[in-house]
Design a protein around this ligand. Structure first.
Ligand code: AKG
Ligand code: FE2
Length: 335
């Protein structure tokens, strides 16, 4: 059965000013009702070019404990590399529908990879106003090029270049997270699979929505990953849940957004928090984002780092293979 893509519905809805019922969220989820208005949160910003490493470590660990999200600037990935990544991704989503369907996630596939619609486990069977593409970008042995767009031809090079550059940033982030809890520098990276850590690229494509007041893009969730490093486009839409409320986040040009995922929360024995977040959609503009989920390999066992477990701090989480991790952090809507 052919899956109807949000992009197709969006192009039809332009003339009808309405959206199908399955995209209409319950009232307590609708962003106009459930967002704190008049406040745009500035998610903590960390300058990775600071010569004072202690300062970076302090900022990263504080943000990971208090917020579960931060942004990094002067991260060392040239703007041009990011611009190309965005350009080829946008180009792909603007191809005729039949061309995109060539790399659709096969029906019944256990793997997440491919072009598709609606992945997020939904609370109530409703859908998010977003299409996506998933494919691994690192390590090379994990890559299935069948899910990489052939068109535009520059797609592969742009993604390979980004994957190559991202590694240094990711290695440093894991190091700062480790030092922030007085651990050996490699504790979090090794805990998440070391050099076998999988880099899973996702592109989110949120077409304009005639009723942004009623729909959401990606619904409230935490990421299952260890960490997620995300490139947004310039259209606002990311919201975080902080101190019991939903807030819009300020967009900072050229910053990368880092989400603490469930696996880092587990490894830190609860000291670092994975963050609830969601996205709103826009009436006129297309929003896009490029999260890369840093995930342990399926058979790698993840659990609290032994040094963080003692009599006063018993293990809060079981140690188990990443493939056996049962996602259980679905957001419970306030009534
Ligand atoms: O588009 C965004 O900014 C966030 C997307 C997201 O949270 C996800 O894909 O897991
Ligand atoms: Fe997410």
């Amino acid at each position: 059965m052919k899956v109807q893509r949000v992009q197709e519905i969006a192009s039809l809805s332009k003339v009808i000013d309405t959206i199908p019922a399955e995209y209409i969220r319950s009232e307590n989820e609708q962003s106009v009702i459930s967002t704190v208005h008049g406040v745009v949160l500035e998610v903590p910003v960390v300058d990775l070019s600071d010569s004072d490493e202690k300062k970076i470590v302090g900022l990263v660990s504080e943000a990971s404990k208090e917020w579960g999200i931060f942004q990094v600037v002067n991260h060392g990935i040239p703007n041009e590399v990011i611009r190309k990544l965005q350009e080829v991704g946008k180009h792909f989503f603007e191809l005729p529908q039949e061309e995109k369907e060539l790399i659709a996630k096969p029906e019944g596939s256990q793997s997440i990879e491919g072009y598709g619609t609606r992945l997020q486990k939904e609370v109530d069977g409703k859908k998010g106003w977003v299409d996506h593409l998933f494919h691994k970008i690192w390590p090379p042995s994990s890559i299935n090029y069948q899910f990489w767009p052939k068109n535009p031809p520059a797609y592969r090079e742009a993604n390979e270049e980004y994957a190559k550059r991202l590694q240094l940033v990711v290695d440093n982030l894991f190091k700062y997270l480790s030092l922030g809890l007085d651990l050996e520098p490699n504790s979090f990276k090794d805990g998440a699979g070391g050099d076998d850590l999988v880099y899973l690229m996702k592109i989110n494509y949120y077409p304009p929505c005639p009723r942004p007041d009623l729909a959401l893009g990606v619904v409230a969730h935490t990421d299952m990953s260890a960490i997620t490093v995300l490139v947004p486009n310039e259209v606002q839409g990311l919201q975080v849940y902080k101190d019991g409320h939903w807030y819009d986040c300020k967009y900072i040009p050229n910053a990368l957004i880092v989400h603490i995922g469930d696996q880092v929360e587990i490894m830190s024995n609860g000291k670092y928090k994975s963050v609830y977040h969601r996205t709103t959609v826009n009436k006129e503009k297309t929003r896009m984002s490029w999260p890369v989920f840093l995930e342990p390999p399926p058979d790698h066992e993840v659990g609290p780092i032994p040094k963080l477990v003692n009599e006063e701090n018993p293990a809060k989480f079981k140690t188990k293979k990443y493939k056996d991790y049962a996602y259980c952090k679905l957001f419970k809507l306030p009534q």
